[in-house]
Design a protein around this ligand. Structure first.
Ligand SMILES: Nc1ncnc2c1ncn2[C@@H]1O[C@H](COP(=O)(O)OP(=O)(O)OP(=O)(O)O)[C@@H](O)[C@H]1O
Ligand SMILES: [Mg+2]
Length: 479
């Protein structure tokens, strides 16, 4: 293991890194940063949650000339949330440098962005659509760019984004460094990527599995109509600190988060049909731990880094192995452990096996916990809650009432009632979810499959559950 000091990283960045709590460079940082510092183009591939952001951000920061008030680097990301997150990480790393990074993404006031751009930020992170918008308005000039990063490069160069990326790259000088990072890099996309690059070096971690080894992977065979009850049972048994639940469509996400709230879980939905304000509120609440469960489409599958996510549930099986790898990578980050659970309908068993083969990890089949096991977990949680409350101060005001009750009733009965009141209602309000068409057998080629995708990772709106967008025009992604 190497320290950032040993890597010759400049002092202000080292100080910021220490503030962020990083003690040594992660393997991808150790390998990629020295190569990037030589100015070479890089295709960097390492498992989810292993610090790829800093692996490209640090070399950018070493290159930026703070005396010049124009944009010198851009990092392009597939979603708004990721563009914001990358910008924040760059700002944290550069806090002792006087470098400014600005996120530019759709759904935010363009006038406000124009004003911010006029202030001369050094680094822009953005989503393709909005970046192009500013390029066309001439409010963003890329003629002094010396580094371009494509975060989630395979997604960025996939069908939905590739034209936008080509158009953005055309605006940048020929002489520049291009850095591509992702946890997944299918060969055809890598070949495509190399067309945009000058003699790139492939910096790849030698790993047996594509998925993070700190994530335990299991699946349950569940009938479509039983999924919700099984989910609730698992949430009771697992009692996750923070969880992300992935659903196939926007409708699914809305229905699922409503249903979970009805059953007493703290859940919020995130998908591309929400306005930006709603998206920001949902993400912030989840980051701050004010909601326990984020229900999302694949819009949250890539890059999103929320520490403390202990569980990922694929309520609907992901469409392809890459989506699986990124979704489950929302847990088990920065060396922490995590659990990834996938629901597989009987017709989808072939699909889970092909995902397992492609991701080279072990996905263990388990049987659904019984109602008695769920009950036991609920009781344990209530007990823990009671102990926590007893050890606190807030119950003092109930002391007199408690003495009077104890005079009249049996103490065991009273404690049992208190425990029941602290328990989550297990049975409850009936809920109904519109059923979704199960995934069919694996398509031959991933890229062909992806060409069927709608905007933002298969975010179909729902409807009769059978809709499949196949037209070229509907593939175009917004940002
Ligand atoms: N050297 C380090 N030491 C400790 N923590 C680190 C280090 N580098 C990065 N981290 C932290 O690890 C977490 C994951 O980093 P990051 O989001 O960059 O992962 P990633 O490889 O880009 O993952 P993904 O493939 O999901 O996008 C972040 O919270 C980050 O702050
Ligand atoms: Mg990342």
């Amino acid at each position: 293991m190497t320290t950032f000091h040993e890597m010759g990283i400049s002092e202000p960045i080292q100080r910021a890194i220490t503030d962020m709590g990083f003690e040594e460079a992660s393997p991808i940082q150790e390998k990629a940063i020295p190569v990037a510092l030589t100015g070479k183009d890089i295709i960097g591939q390492a498992q989810t949650g292993t610090g790829k952001t800093a692996a490209f951000a640090i070399p950018i920061l070493e290159k930026v000339d703070t005396s010049k008030k124009y944009v010198q680097a851009i990092a392009i990301a597939p979603t708004r949330e990721l563009a914001i997150q990358v910008s924040e990480e760059i700002n944290r790393l550069s806090k002792y440098m006087g470098i400014t990074s600005l996120p530019i993404y759709g759904g935010q006031s363009i006038d406000r962005q124009i004003k911010a751009l006029k202030k001369g930020p050094h680094i822009i992170t953005g989503t393709p659509g909005r970046l192009l918008d500013h390029i066309q308005r001439k409010t963003l000039k890329l003629n002094h760019i010396s580094v371009v990063v494509l975060d989630e490069a395979d997604e960025m160069l996939d069908m939905g984004f590739v034209e936008d990326i080509e158009r953005i790259l055309k605006e940048t000088p020929e002489e520049k460094q291009t850095l591509l990072f992702s946890a997944t890099m299918p060969k055809p996309i890598q070949n495509l990527a190399e067309r945009f690059m000058h003699d790139p070096e492939l910096v790849k971690m030698k790993a047996k599995e594509v998925t993070s080894p700190t994530v335990k992977q299991i699946y349950y065979e569940v009938k479509e109509r039983d999924k919700f009850e099984v989910l609730c049972r698992l949430l009771d048994v697992d009692n996750p600190e923070l969880a992300v639940i992935f659903g196939r469509t926007k409708r699914r996400v809305d229905e699922l988060s409503d249903a979970l709230n009805k059953r007493g879980y703290l859940a919020d939905g995130l998908h591309g049909d929400l306005n930006q304000r709603q998206r920001d509120i949902v993400m912030n609440k989840f980051r701050e731990g004010n909601t326990d469960i984020l229900v999302a489409t694949d819009v949250a599958a890539r890059g999103i880094d929320v520490s403390g996510v202990t569980h990922v549930y694929n309520f609907d099986i992901p469409q392809d192995p890459e989506s699986y790898v990124h979704r489950i990578g929302r847990t088990g980050r920065a060396g922490k452990t995590g659990l990834a659970i996938t629901f597989v309908t009987p017709r989808e068993t072939g699909q889970i096996h092909s995902i397992e083969r492609a991701s080279k990890g072990k996905i263990q089949r388990k049987s659904i916990p019984t109602i008695a096991e769920a009950m036991e977990s609920i009781q344990r949680a209530a007990l823990e809650k009671m102990i926590q409350l007893v050890e606190g101060e807030e119950h003092i005001q109930f002391k007199q009432a408690a003495i009077e009750l104890l005079d009249q009733y049996d103490s065991v009965a009273l404690v049992s009632v208190a425990l029941k009141l602290l328990s989550k209602e297990q049975k409850g309000i009936p809920v109904q979810l519109t059923s979704e068409t199960p995934q069919h057998a694996k398509p031959k080629k991933r890229i062909q499959e992806k060409s069927k995708r709608n905007y933002k990772g298969n975010e179909r709106k729902g409807g009769n559950g059978k809709s499949k967008s196949t037209s070229r025009s509907s593939r175009k992604k917004k940002s």
